[in-house]
Design a protein around this ligand. Sequence first.
Ligand SMILES: CC(=O)N[C@H]1[C@@H](OP(=O)(O)OP(=O)(O)OC[C@H]2O[C@@H](n3ccc(=O)[nH]c3=O)[C@H](O)[C@@H]2O)O[C@H](CO)[C@@H](O)[C@@H]1O
Ligand SMILES: C=C(OP(=O)(O)O)C(=O)O
Length: 433
Amino acid sequence: MSHLIVHGGTPLSGRIIPSANKNAVLPILCATLLTKQPVRLRGVPEITDVKKIVEVFRKLGSKVELDFKTGILDVHHADTHFDPNVDRLPEEMRSSIMLVPGLMARFGAARIEDDVKGCTLGAREIDPHVEVFERFGAQVERLPDGLILRVHRPLTANAHWTDYASVTTTENFVLCAALADGVSTLTNAASEPHVQEFCNFMSLLGAKIEGHGTSKLKITGVQDLGGADYTFTEDFHEIVTFLALGAITGGNVQVKNGAPEMFPLLDRTFAKFGVQIVHEDGWSRCVVDGPLKVKEPFTRNILQKVEAAPWPYVPVDLLPIFVALGVKAEGSVMFWNKVYDGAMGWTSELAKFGAHAFLSDPHRMITFGGKPLSPAEVESPYIIRVAIALLMVAASIPGKSVIKNATPIRRAHPNFVEHIGELGARMEWVEGD
Ligand SMILES: CC(=O)N[C@H]1[C@@H](OP(=O)(O)OP(=O)(O)OC[C@H]2O[C@@H](n3ccc(=O)[nH]c3=O)[C@H](O)[C@@H]2O)O[C@H](CO)[C@@H](O)[C@@H]1O
Ligand SMILES: C=C(OP(=O)(O)O)C(=O)O
């Protein structure tokens, strides 16, 4: 287990270039299984989830050359083999489930391990995925530790309408439909920036997708997909995180941002905490004027609030980042996670800093910010962005804090500590129990 020692109190300032978005990189890596042509990916981040997928590709006989220094990954699934009774897929990461379509399309069989749950955010169902696989013709067999899926190829095109806009279910639908026989449609598709990036990559491989970025996708199956040379775009999660780190420490951070058109709601959310975000010439910067202060709503007797839900709402993965600002900013804010039922239970860790955060119910938390904070030893749940939020609070308090079990950060953010060190952050990893 890795812990982070944070020496807080230094305003973070400077320019920083974000990495690629884990939630775009992983489905794109899984998509490469659908083609027998070589694929080159550029800007691949050095994160543990990427390493796990690459390891499984190598075990299955695919050729992978990966250099994290240049960020270039060459993958060629030419001599790939798979036996669902022998081969296992990576666990403790949600993206594992997106290896299923490639395996089904190539080998007519795939597995889902029971532990494809990823961050401990609450219920993370596999049923919407299984329904998609069944729609494409899969027969499902229950094992003690997972599922085996068998299917005749090519997969059968279909029209499907999901219960809710699920990110990885949408990606799995597109992966299955790309090589299916006929035209498939998905209603209630997810449209997060990483889903859009994934669809762009699929189109580059030769998939025929209409409706990118909307809630209805139409995919016309093709016989084969080709190769590609693709460069990842900047991760909007990292952009928001770096800007928020600048704001919470009273610094001045500028982040490269090639897609400011994705930011209007995020900018307004920052403004609720008294933080102005300025986008200029491909860069975004945070501007703070004195201590953070919550913007009072005009409506009397209601709380300021941040509602997180599937895109185009504020993404649930960014909610903890705004909670950290809520702890710091003077005033009260209600945070509402409309997606997960177990993502808000870390108020007790915030209290160790002296923060006042109240868990109203499994989906809602209220911060009463601006209380005096002091350094503390806190423990992160297995949730990437909560580890970061705790780090943010610690970075804003003069003195030494410890974030125990901060390892999940390494699942999504390459060399995070070194990276923000360039902005003046003073932190180090230590190994322990
Ligand atoms: C690898 C990857 O891309 N992971 C992301 C992906 O996970 P993932 O694709 O697993 O998330 P889903 O969009 O499927 O939602 C996860 C869970 O939330 C619940 N749910 C979701 C939406 C909804 O309207 N109602 C509802 O109940 C369900 O229990 C569901 O199982 O999207 C999540 C939501 O943006 C992010 O937190 C994860 O970082
Ligand atoms: C929750 C996340 O990832 P996963 O779905 O892989 O757990 C995340 O990226 O914040």
